[in-house]
Ligand binder design. Structure first.
Ligand code: NAP
Length: 382
């Protein structure tokens, strides 16, 4: 049915949406800033499903662009080709089309060619130098090698050709179209940190947090995630592990399953640093728990006590019940940090099966592999 309704908007032709809501979820005195956004897709014809992500085309920080222009002695009015070859004023090209944070290998090689003191950059172009390159790039942005080698100059066109294309960022959607057909909600941590004595700002998260006004459209598109769908059978139970911004798709799942009257049960494991300052969507989740949309709800606040407590610790405490849900055919979902959390949660899942199912480590591994094969174990990690 819905295949007849198609939108002309896509990654290649993004929809100019308006940001209707930009609200801080973490308290002012939290060490983190995580925000809730509501983007209007009214009139776009865009259709999304829970599990999908929203692609957002950011714009770079104008102060950083100004600093680069000043360092290179440009006014910003110079005409340069954008990545598709169309001529644009340099300032606009740096704001909208080129990445001015991650330096490319080509930029480093070009600096090495122009300045003998940067000759060590030349080895970064070789395949063996991956580790050296990563070490050098850690905490550095395009401005850093430029300031480190102040005598290096480029023509405006030469410079932009050494930059990467500015890419859209994908955020897991935190709303259900059954409840919000004309809106998309996002849960985004604002990335800000210091390195080498400079304040660094995440490109898209600070664009959304600080530089989008209600009148200026943001270019967006739907990125479909067919691997991260709810069970087709509404009577299946759903277990969700979503610490931090990993909560986003599960807020959408819960809205969807409530709206469709799904009969399966829901269990959420949520974790953050501190209960008082970082409990994202606390009221909504507690209300869902109270009304029994959320049948079981476990939280892990890592910094409320001396020893870290993470979601996987709560899973192990609940091993018996968790295993019985798995045995009843529950789907298991994980969303959030890929580098450590998702791996640790997978280990905890195996341990749960060992402990509560009385299985050997090999049998538990086979059990988890079978869940993956049956697509009952789904991940959205970043
Ligand atoms: P987050 O940093 O993932 O933190 C959420 C909660 O998970 C915190 O309580 C945190 O505890 C805890 N946590 C840390 N390590 C964990 C582990 N191994 N297993 C289970 N829980 C763990 O939250 P976020 O705000 O969503 O993160 C924002 C963004 O930063 C995401 O994109 C995330 O992937 C990214 N991130 C990147 C890295 C990295 O090194 N590249 C690391 C973390 C997050 P504590 O903070 O008290 O340890």
């Amino acid at each position: 049915m819905s295949s007849l309704i198609t939108s002309s908007y896509s990654r290649k032709n993004p929809f100019p949406s308006l940001l209707r809501t930009n609200r801080r979820l973490t308290r002012e005195d939290s060490s983190k800033e995580t925000r809730h956004y509501e983007v209007s897709i009214a009139g776009s014809g865009l259709i999304y499903e829970v599990g999908d992500s929203l692609g957002v085309f950011p714009q770079n920080d104008p102060l950083l662009v100004q600093e680069i222009l000043e360092r290179l002695g440009f006014s910003g009015e110079e005409l340069v080709p954008d990545p598709s070859g169309e001529m644009k004023p340099l300032r606009e090209a740096l704001l909208r089309y080129y990445a001015v944070t991650e330096p490319s290998k080509q930029l480093l090689a070009a600096i090495a060619e122009k300045d003998a003191t940067a000759s060590h950059f030349a080895i970064f172009s070789t395949p063996e130098a991956k580790e050296h390159l990563e070490k050098y790039l850690w905490g550095r942005e395009v401005i850093d090698p430029l300031l480190e080698h102040p005598q290096v100059h480029f023509t405006p066109e030469e410079f932009v050709k050494l930059l990467r294309k500015l890419q859209p960022r994908l955020y897991s959607i935190a709303s259900s179209p059954k409840v919000y057909p004309e809106e998309i909600h996002l849960t985004v941590a604002t990335v800000q940190y210091e390195s080498l004595g400079r304040q660094r700002l995440g490109v898209c998260s600070t664009f959304l947090a600080n530089r989008v006004s209600e009148e200026v459209p943001v270019s967006v598109f739907i990125h479909s995630a067919k691997h991260f769908r709810l069970p087709e059978d509404p009577s299946r139970h759903v277990i969700m592990v979503g610490p931090g911004t990993g909560i986003a798709p599960f807020r959408a799942f819960l809205q969807e399953r409530r709206a469709t009257g799904a009969t399966g049960k829901h269990w959420l494991f949520f974790g953050e640093q501190r209960r008082e300052t970082d409990f994202l969507y606390r009221e909504e989740l507690e209300a869902m728990h109270h009304e029994k949309t959320l049948h079981r709800f476990h939280t892990a606040f890592s910094r409320d006590q001396e020893q870290k407590i993470y979601v996987q610790h709560r899973m192990l405490e609940e091993a018996k019940e968790l295993y019985s849900w798995l045995e009843e055919g529950a789907y298991f979902y994980v969303c959030g940090d890929a580098s450590r959390m998702a791996k640790d949660v997978e280990q905890a899942l195996q341990k749960t099966i060992e402990l509560a199912g009385g299985r050997s480590p090999e049998e538990a591994l086979t059990y988890v592999e079978a869940m993956k094969k049956e697509k009952r174990y789904r991940k959205d990690v970043y």
